[in-house]
Write a protein that binds this ligand. Sequence first.
Ligand SMILES: [Zn+2]
Length: 448
Amino acid sequence: MKLNRRRFLETGLVVSGLGLTNTVSAQDDDRYRPGGPWAPNEQAVNYSGYLNNEELGKRLQRIDKRSDRITLEQIGESAGRGDPIWEVTVGDGDENVHIINQIHGDEPTGAEAMVKILQTLANGSGPTIDAILDELTITIIPRVNPDGANFVGDDGLGTDGELRQRRYNTTEWEDGDSQYINTNSYAYDLETPGYDLNRGFSIDPEFTPGDEDEDWWTVEDEAENLATLNMPVDEVPLELKDGDPYEALWSVGLNLNPETQAVTESFLEADPDWAITHHHQGPTIDPESGDQGGPEWQSIMSVMAPFGPSYVGLDGVDYRSYVGQGNPFLSVDAQTRSLQLSGLVADQMEQFGHGRFNTITRYGYGPLWGSYLDALCPQTDAAGALYEVSHQSDDRGHKARGTMVKVTVEGIMASFERIADGSIHDVDEMSYFDIPLSEGIENPHDDR
Ligand SMILES: [Zn+2]
C-alpha cells in the first residue's frame, strides 16, 4: 500500500474522486495511443537515460564556459547529499521569467529540457533568439531536488543501494524544526522520511517556524506530532488583490528546507513577471482525441494556470471548488496572463496536427498554499503556469522520455518567443478553459 500511496500523490485528487477529472478503468488500456501494452515498470525505468547530479553540473558548467550569455551560480545545497542547487541566468531584458524543475525527484524531464533550451540560448543565432535575449531575463533552476533525483537508500522498493528517483527530499523531521510535522497534502512522508518540497513554501517568505501562534495549527495526532498549519489571512504580508474569500489559508508550508529557501531567494531576487514550474503526472488521456474515430490518445502534457475569484465566478469555468475560490493575492492582470501562458502551449502544439503532440489537456486548478505557484507568484504578481508531462520516471519514464522533453522545450520556447514579441497578450485567455480537462487512467502496474 505504501507504493500505492506514493504513486497516487500527483494524481491523488483524481483518484480520490474529489476533482473534476474522471478516472476510467484501465482494464483495456491497450486501446490508448500511444499505449498498451504498458511496459513493465522494471523495464521502463532506465535511470542511465537521465543526467545524474554530477553530470548535470558538468553539463551546465560546459555551457557556461563556452558562452558569455550564460551566468551559472550555485545557490544552495541539498539537505541530504549536499549536492549543488544550480541557478542559470540568461538574457538581459526587462521581462523577467523564473523557471523551476524537478522539485519532485521522480519528475526528471524538465531538467533535461532545460539543458537543451540553455544550449539553444547560449549558442543559437537569428532574430528569434536575439529578441528573447534582448527582451527577457530568464532565471532557471534546472533541478530543485537533487536528493530525490539521485536517491540511494531504502525507499521500501527493495532497491536499497541502487540509484533511483523519488518524489521527496530526505530531510527527517526533528524536534525543534517546528512544533509539529506539517502532514496535510502529502507535505511529509512518514514512512521514508522526507519533505514534499512543493508543499513547503510559505506565502510569508520571512516565516520562521516557531513564530506562529499555537492556534494556527490543527492538530491531527498529538502523540505523533502531526498537524496542519493554517495561516490567518490578516497575518499574510500581502495585499488582497481580488476579493476577500478566506479567513485562513490552509496547510501553508514551513519553508524549513534548504531547497525551498534557495528557490524563494532566487525568485525574490529575479523579481519575475512570469513563472513556470515543471512536473510529471500520472497517466492521463485527452478525452477529445477519440472524436475522429479510433482509440483515444494518452495526453502528452497537462497545463494549469492559477487564477482567482474573478475567473472562478465566470460561467463555464471548471474549477476545483472544494479548494476554495482561487488565489486572491494575484492581480486580475496576473491571472489573465497566467491563462495566456498556459493557453499558448495548446496553440503551439496544434502545428503538429492530429496525433501524439497535439494532446494537451488541462489540469484542474485549486490553490495549494505550500506550492511554488500559489505561495511565490503573489510575491511579485507573476503570472504562473504548471506543466505536468505524463508519467513519473518510476512509472513509465524512459520509454517516453524523448517526447516529454520535446513537448516541454516547445512550450517553453514558444512562451519566450511570445513574451519577447508581445504576442502573448493576443492569446484569448478564455481559450485556456477550452482545453479539455485531462482524464486519469490507472497504471496496470500500480499494484506491483
Ligand atoms: Zn510534481
